[in-house]
Design a protein around this ligand. Structure first.
Ligand code: SF4
Length: 322
């Protein structure tokens, strides 16, 4: 007997970005992290100094990006590392992840991205950046590249509320985010947003309501994260001084929460990730008993199955983009 299929075409209870990518591009795309020496306007004084309160780029920089001088060397080392761990993908894409990877003059960006794209094993780029670090020129250039390569832009949304963005010292507003998402999508580029749950000042209802806000935007995918407090960040200092200000998620609470969030989420927007996973050595709290993100992810899916719920179950279609 045929199993029931959800609107995104498979049996999973949410629109998994990995399946969307396979469907659209004919196979899995494996990201290879590349550290091209970018900084960020929120750290060099242009927008602010010291960065967002939770920023600790070390915690997500793979070891193969450290101490390797050139981009090609990092890609070679990264592919070797990934080949040992994962099944062969259809494509590899250079993942410019650390800091703000469009924050250089266009001439330099052209040269950095071209070095990566010249690598014989690469078929594209994934560029992570801030919403206030994209403009017409850089997006036009990326759109030009996307005629021949896979090009995806990851934008840090973090919160849809300006009060929160101010509190975390992001140095941009939610209007900047909407503008960047719309400008990226208008050019046919893949656009993924990154969102954080558990920031001080936001109630659980505030966090949930972001599903309605984001559902109206032309995003291809979302990466959802629970707030983890990392060592050597401003947030860690604030947490250790005033823990009562924080209402961090327990694992059980988060599973419950994320399912409610997914129920409200537009089923057309795929989900790339639902849980954060920082290396324990960098983490202050919450540790969730060292449960790996994959384990929590499976648990979320099994609870969705038990509850007979799915992404978009409570989604009310809205006609207009913001
Ligand atoms: S925008 Fe990113 S790199 Fe810059 S300070 Fe914030 S988290 Fe760090």
């Amino acid at each position: 007997m045929d199993r029931f299929r959800f609107p995104w075409g498979d049996e999973r209870r949410y629109n998994a970005n990995s399946n969307r990518i396979k469907e659209k591009y004919g196979g899995r795309i494996q990201k290879v992290s590349v550290n091209a020496g970018f900084t960020c306007p929120n750290r060099d004084g242009t927008k602010g100094i010291g960065g967002c309160v939770y920023c600790n780029n070390q915690s997500f920089t793979p070891s193969y990006c450290v101490d390797v001088e050139d981009i090609k060397g990092q890609i070679d080392k990264g592919i070797k590392f990934l080949e040992k761990r994962y099944k062969s993908p259809k494509f590899y894409a250079a993942y410019f992840q650390s800091f703000s990877n469009t924050y250089k003059p266009l001439k330099e960006l052209r040269s950095i991205y071209s070095v990566a794209l010249k690598h014989e094993r690469l078929s594209g780029l994934v560029v992570s950046t801030r919403p206030d670090c994209v403009d017409d020129n850089v997006l036009d250039y990326l759109a030009e590249l996307s005629r021949d390569y896979y090009v995806s832009i990851e934008l840090g949304i973090e919160s849809c509320y300006d009060d929160t963005l101010q509190w975390i010292n992001r140095g941009h507003t939610f209007n900047d985010t909407k503008r960047a998402i719309n400008m990226t999508a208008e050019r046919g580029l893949e656009v993924t947003g990154h969102l954080l749950f558990g920031l001080p000042g936001e109630s659980r209802e505030d966090m949930l309501n972001q599903a309605d806000i984001l559902s109206k935007l032309p995003l291809n995918a979302l990466k959802l994260h629970h707030l983890q407090i990392m060592k050597n960040t401003k947030l860690a200092g604030l947490y250790l001084e005033t823990p009562a200000m924080f209402s961090l998620f327990s694992m059980e609470e988060y599973i419950e929460f994320i399912i409610r969030f997914l129920e409200k989420m537009n089923p057309d927007i795929a989900i790339e990730r639902m849980v954060s996973e920082a290396p324990p050595a960098h983490l202050v709290n919450p540790g969730w008993g060292n449960k790996r993100a994959d384990w929590v992810q499976k648990k979320i899916e099994s609870v969705m199955e038990e509850k007979d719920t799915w992404q978009g179950k409570q989604f009310k279609k809205s006609q207009k983009f913001l």
